[in-house]
Design a protein around this ligand. Structure first.
Ligand code: PLP
Length: 333
């Protein structure tokens, strides 16, 4: 699993820190909880998409693209970071935003919407929640080509084979840090949405012979849908990028909990509110109201239900997203 075979841009200096959450660990009475700060990755505001974009943008540049097109929900961290990567590279960016709840997009909204305006993309297109975003992006790419732009489409969440390389790299980083710190993590916990982060982490660990379970906390879909999506991504990564030395993943390796979605994607829940408050008040860490808040709610609940041994050492991946806190203040207070 040699990542040096793939072209990569660099948007973060060094590794993201791993912090021991002593106060939260004491409060819950064990296991030991650690947090990997991917909220501190580079580009505007950081977050997990920065790692995927290092490989995706390198591919776009290799193909001679001058415009990145991507899509997401109206408060998409992925759109913010794709726009940021475009600015860093001197490229244009076009965002296609899906208005899942009719009438919910406001150009003057705060959070990520504010940051879109601040960074100034070439165009933003808001489409109905029922619209097929892949088709919408293809149509916009065609229009751009007719105007002599060279567009490169990045799928939802940056979750294709190339995007997964970002979290294969992260898994390798975790292995090195774990050795340096002298801590054998017994579990890794991550939020999971478009599944590239979960898939990359799992493949990165197994590809290095590390058997640590990776627990994905779904923020949108039932577990079976996520499992099928992860299986598909694994096939793509192995088929397209590692065909000579496939990374072996068994069915038991794919663990997804869907009990913490609440009433739906980007909708509030009591667990989310408690988790965001706990991390803010005991650890001075800002989670986000759509992904990490729900994933932490899941971790707290599993701890309370006795899912872990007191001696376990659980690593929670903070995937970023805190700009959305300011858009949904009533979700967390
Ligand atoms: C802050 C944050 N965390 C987690 C995720 C989920 O990552 P993935 O789409 O790779 O499953 C996202 C996706 O947009 C995100 O913005």
């Amino acid at each position: 699993m040699d990542l040096s075979l793939f072209e990569r841009r660099r948007y973060t200096q060094g590794e993201t820190p791993i912090e021991y959450l002593a106060n939260l660990t004491d409060l819950l009475g064990g296991p030991e909880i650690y947090l990997k700060h991917d909220d501190l990755l580079g580009l505007a505001g950081g977050g997990n998409k920065t790692r995927k974009l290092e490989f995706l943008v390198a591919d776009a540049l290799r193909q001679g693209a001058d415009t990145l097109i991507t899509c997401g929900a109206i408060q998409s961290n992925h759109c913010r970071l794709t726009l940021a990567a475009a600015k860093k590279e001197g490229l244009h960016a076009m965002l296609v935003l899906s208005e899942i709840i009719p009438g919910s997009y406001r150009e003057d909204a705060v959070g990520n919407n504010f940051l879109y305006r601040l960074m100034n993309p070439l165009e933003i297109h808001v489409v109905s929640g029922t619209c097929d975003l892949n088709i919408a992006m293809l149509e916009h790419a065609e229009i751009l080509r007719a105007k002599d732009y060279k567009p490169y489409i990045i799928p939802m969440g940056g979750s294709n084979a190339i995007g997964c390389l970002g979290y294969i790299a992260c898994a390798k980083e975790i292995i090195v840090q774990s050795e340096k710190l002298g801590i054998d993590f017994t579990h890794v916990v991550t939020p999971t949405g478009s599944c590239g982060t979960h898939t990359g982490l799992l493949m990165g660990l197994r590809g290095s012979g590390v058997k640590t379970p990776v627990i994905g906390m779904s923020v949108n879909n039932p577990s079976d849908k996520h499992i099928r999506r992860i299986e598909k991504l694994i096939q793509h990564v192995n088929g397209e990028l590692f065909s000579k030395r496939k990374i072996p993943i068994t069915d038991d390796d794919i663990i997804v909990f869907d009990e913490y979605i609440g009433s739906g994607y980007s909708l509030p829940s009591e667990g989310l509110k408690e988790a965001v408050q706990l991390l803010a008040r005991y650890e001075a860490i800002l989670l986000d109201p759509v992904y990490t808040g729900k994933a932490m709610a899941g971790l707290v609940d599993l701890i309370r239900k006795g899912h872990f041994k007191k001696t376990d050492k659980v690593l929670f991946l903070h995937t970023g997203g805190s700009p959305a806190l300011y858009h949904y203040p009533d979700y967390t207070l």
